[in-house]
Design a protein around this ligand. Structure first.
Ligand code: PMP
Length: 394
């Protein structure tokens, strides 16, 4: 499949210009069909029954989980199915054996989901160091390196910023963590959908991502772990090997992290989404979005009264561009884009309030984000409409 062929699989793109994929992507027909097939043809619970449907469902569910793990290069570790990135990060925060005096290092580029779990640990005597980027949003690796000390238990960073689109050098950060004996958690919510990801080569310990941003269904995602030494967030049916009235033995591997009935159709749908992306090729996805992103930044940057947030255009980015229009609230711009040109973008603080304050943008930004179904004509419509808005023509 080529990237140009895929658009027919996304019926929503016929009626409007969807530039909000960083919030949630659209989902293609084969993903929906894979889920419908489970519900209509072999629906049963997994890992429990002996009957024929249970066997098929269990087999397909486990295959799906393996395929998702392999999509992120995680063969060496464990992939537990999670509802989303937020849940996966929360499972790490709750599952590590924290002690008073431990330190966590994170950055001001983080989504609230990779910040609040660490801030909450302060109540338990854990210190949290937050590395600030410069005024343009560039992170200085030397600042991070200086902050990682012998008592730093965990470094938690995003792979790609959901506001500025910038990609962090997580491989180098992994090297720093290894040298200091700290573990590394990478928030991959914005990277897995847009870049080739190989968690083993990256060298992280925990990698968290969401299915709904990578063509998959909502309510799905994953927590990949190099080891399986986290204390599970929940225990119960499906997560144990044996139980007596005196206690229980947890099941090995990912099973111990999946207490209760998992999102079966969702996981099968997510594996189909990964296969769909693999058919196109993640290098192709990345190049397509790089071209769109460059066009978007170039087109917006020359408009009077429009400011593109973040580092220079040649900084490595995914297809996420934040901008402001002088004298207008971002929500107002987003509303006009929808009403006047059926262009759907996100506006506001994008769940990154500390970053917005730091960048001097307390009202937030307008954010346009692309994906495989986005065309250059759509980007041009956005630019032309923003120009009219900035000139108060509409
Ligand atoms: N981290 C980043 C970088 C994100 O962009 C998002 C979603 N906007 C999240 C975490 C949280 O994802 P979810 O809502 O799927 O848990």
């Amino acid at each position: 499949m080529t990237i140009g062929d895929c658009r027919v699989d996304f019926p929503i793109t016929r009626d409007l210009i969807y530039l909000d994929s960083a919030a949630t992507s659209l989902t293609p027909k084969p993903v929906v069909q894979a889920m419908v097939e489970y519900d209509l043809r072999y629906r049963a619970n997994v890992g429990r029954g002996m009957h024929r449907l249970a066997a098929v469902a269990t087999h397909r569910y486990r295959d799906a989980r393996d395929a998702i793990r392999s999509f992120i290069g995680g063969e060496v570790g464990t992939l537990a199915v999670a509802r989303n990135t937020t849940e996966a990060i929360g499972a790490v925060a709750a599952g590590l054996p924290w002690q008073r005096g431990d330190r966590v290092v994170t950055t001001m580029l983080e989504h609230h989901s990779n910040l609040l779990p660490w801030l909450r640990l302060r109540e338990r005597g854990v210190a949290v160091d937050i590395i600030r980027p410069d005024a343009a949003g560039n992170l200085d690796l030397a600042d991070l390196e200086a902050a990682v000390r012998d008592d730093t238990r965990l470094v938690a960073v995003t792979h790609a910023s959901n506001v500025l689109g910038t990609v962090l050098p997580v491989g180098e950060i992994a090297g720093i963590c290894r040298d200091r004996g700290a573990r590394l958690l990478v928030d991959g919510a914005q990277s897995v959908p847009h870049l080739p990801v190989d968690v083993a080569a990256m060298g992280c310990d925990y990698f968290c991502f969401s299915g709904h941003k990578m063509l998959g269904p909502t309510g799905t995602g994953g927590l990949w772990m190099l080891g399986s030494d986290l204390e599970p967030l929940f225990v119960g049916g499906g997560a144990v090997e044996s139980v007596t009235d005196g206690g229980y033995t947890l099941a090995p591997g990912e099973q111990r992290y999946e207490a209760g009935t998992p999102p079966i159709a969702g996981t099968i749908g997510l594996a189909r989404a990964a296969a769909y992306l693999r058919d196109i090729g993640m290098d192709t996805v990345r190049r397509h979005e790089e071209r769109l992103c460059a066009r978007l930044i170039d087109g917006l940057a020359v408009l009077d009264g429009v400011t593109v947030a973040g580092p220079d255009a040649d900084t490595e980015r995914i297809g996420v561009v934040s901008f402001t229009v002088e004298g207008m609230h971002p929500h107002e711009v987003a509303q006009i884009l929808d009403e006047a040109a059926a262009v759907l973008v996100r506006s506001g603080h994008h769940c990154c309030q500390p970053l917005m304050e730091h960048l001097g943008l307390p009202e937030g930004t307008v954010r346009a984000s692309t994906y495989i179904y986005t065309t250059k004509e759509e980007i041009d419509t956005l630019i032309a409409t923003v120009e009219e808005i900035s000139r108060r023509m509409i």
